[in-house]
Design a protein around this ligand. Structure first.
Ligand code: MN
Length: 497
């Protein structure tokens, strides 16, 4: 059994990440440099291809500007410096999934540099940030299959040539716990700005980790090892923990860590040496002379600035302005469907509904009812939030806030309105569920109760305050649907006299 990192306090881990994200969105129909479709759908192997994707002699790449649009959107969202001029290079290497022996990428002059990814925790808010080194554009490789024939590697090139954004962080992760938060935060942002859905199971987002250890407090980084094939958040955590212990054990035994690329073996839970890490010059990077430099106008860059605020910024706003719990704000804002439903309920934009925006207290109430009640109803039905009319929750909130119904009645009304697609207001009216909040009517009944139980009133005034509940019960019996808060307030006043 491996010990946890905490039991080895003399070393600490440093990590960086390289994230490859496929550009697959409604704006991007084709691959990065060819007319073949940009898709992850399961097609027959090697059918979705253009000459360029094979790198056949004489085929010339033509850059798809939708990839640049996606890169600029990601750059804006991640606060990068976006470069008006970037250059395509060839990365030369021989591997079966790259039939032409070179990958088009941007090595010397990437489209964006710098930037940061906020570490957004689901429960507690923004807990830090990860610095980015760069974002560059490149093309995807084919996919190898080692399990079809024991003697051969089969390759499907359908994926080859799909546009990728490679997002590279600085080596600034100081704890393994930051990795899952980073991946989820980055995924949310990239989804939000319509780069890709980032489904890791489909290989739409792939993460390589570079991991090194150093004596605690040292400012000199240790030799880094790159770990590939970490295709889920669970694998990343396991691979990082394994690698930390492997490197610490090596150093403790007087050995040294080799700079290399290792593969994570999911079944065995170990990393295996794959190849010595090539230095950059071994790739013989050279400008791609078939592609002109990528020049972007100020207008092009400005146009990609997505107008909507990022989910974590919306969360911050809801927490700071309206007192929502972070966890509630996070659930609402991290799903575009929930987010727009909530905005419609509250009428933030004053566009969808003719009614006025909700007040601060009503917005808080709306969030509580959405997370606390509506999500439960949705979970037990086969409906999605898109099929629920925001007016439903809005009416419930207004009915409760104006004391027309109690919270208890509100739950029943919401359920019925949800199931039968009725208006909550209509249900309350039809079934006469309004509370009695009229002070005159309430004090009238309290007087009647006092007249009926004079001895109990006397006992209360002599100090038997536990009789308060008895009076509440007696009034509610006579006055169905009385607003309990009004009743309590009036009772206190009248008993105090
Ligand atoms: Mn790459």
């Amino acid at each position: 059994m491996l010990k946890s990192p905490m039991s080895r306090p003399e070393y600490e881990i440093t990590m960086g990440a390289e994230v490859h994200v496929q550009v697959l969105n409604s704006d991007c129909k084709t691959k990065a440099f060819s007319a073949a479709l940009a898709t992850n759908d399961e097609l027959s192997p090697n059918t979705n291809l253009d000459y360029i994707d094979y790198g056949l002699p004489g085929s010339l790449p033509v850059f798809n500007m939708a990839i640049a649009r996606a890169a600029v959107r990601a750059g804006h969202a991640l606060q990068c410096k976006i470069h008006k001029l970037s250059i395509f290079d060839d990365k030369n290497y021989g591997y079966v999934d790259m039939s032409c022996g070179r990958q088009i990428t941007q090595f010397f002059s990437p489209i964006a540099t710098g930037g940061k990814v906020p570490l957004v925790s689901e429960k507690t808010g923004i807990v830090g940030e990860i610095d980015l080194n760069r974002i560059h554009i490149e093309q995807d490789a084919g996919k190898n299959f080692h399990d079809i024939n024991p003697e051969y590697t089969a390759v499907d090139f359908n994926r080859a040539g799909i546009g990728l954004l490679e997002i590279v962080t600085e080596p600034c992760f100081t704890s393994i716990d930051q990795v899952p938060i980073f991946v989820k935060s980055l995924r949310t942002i990239l989804r939000h700005v319509n780069v890709c859905n980032c489904d890791m199971e489909k290989g739409e987002m792939r993460v390589d980790l570079s991991i090194s250890v150093k004596p605690k407090g040292s400012t000199v980084l240790g030799t880094r090892v790159e770990v590939k094939n970490v295709n889920s958040i669970k694998d990343m955590r396991e691979a990082a923990e394994y690698e930390f212990h492997r490197q610490v054990s090596l150093l403790n035994e007087g050995g040294r860590v080799l700079q290399e690329t290792r593969l994570f073996d999911i079944k065995a839970g170990v990393t295996i040496a794959m190849r010595n890490k090539e230095d950059a010059d071994e790739y013989l990077y050279i400008h791609d002379y078939n592609l002109p430099p990528l020049e972007l106008s100020d207008e092009f860059i400005a146009k990609q600035r997505v107008h909507c605020v990022l989910p974590h910024d919306r969360c911050k706003y809801l927490v700071e302005e309206y007192n929502l719990k972070w966890a509630d704000a996070y659930i609402i804002e991290n799903d575009p469907g929930y987010s727009s439903f909530f905005a419609n309920v509250c009428n933030f934009d004053s566009q969808t509904l003719v009614e006025a925006p909700l007040s601060r207290e009503q917005i808080l109430l709306a969030a509580k009812w959405m997370v606390g009640e509506l999500f439960g109803l949705l979970a037990n039905s086969d409906r999605s939030i898109e099929n629920v009319n925001p007016v439903l929750l809005r009416e419930i909130v207004l009915l409760i806030d104006s004391n027309v119904i109690s919270g208890k009645v509100g739950k029943e009304v919401l359920k019925e309105a949800f199931e039968d697609d009725k208006s909550p207001k209509g249900i309350v009216k039809e079934r006469g569920l309004q509370q009695v909040s009229d002070v005159g009517a309430v004090t009238q009944v309290i007087s009647e109760v006092f007249d009926a139980y004079p001895n109990d009133v006397q006992r209360y005034k002599n100090g038997e305050t536990k009789l308060f509940g008895f009076f509440v019960g007696a009034v509610t019996k006579r006055l169905k649907g009385v607003n309990i808060q009004v009743l309590r307030d009036e009772l206190i006043k009248m008993l105090g006299q």
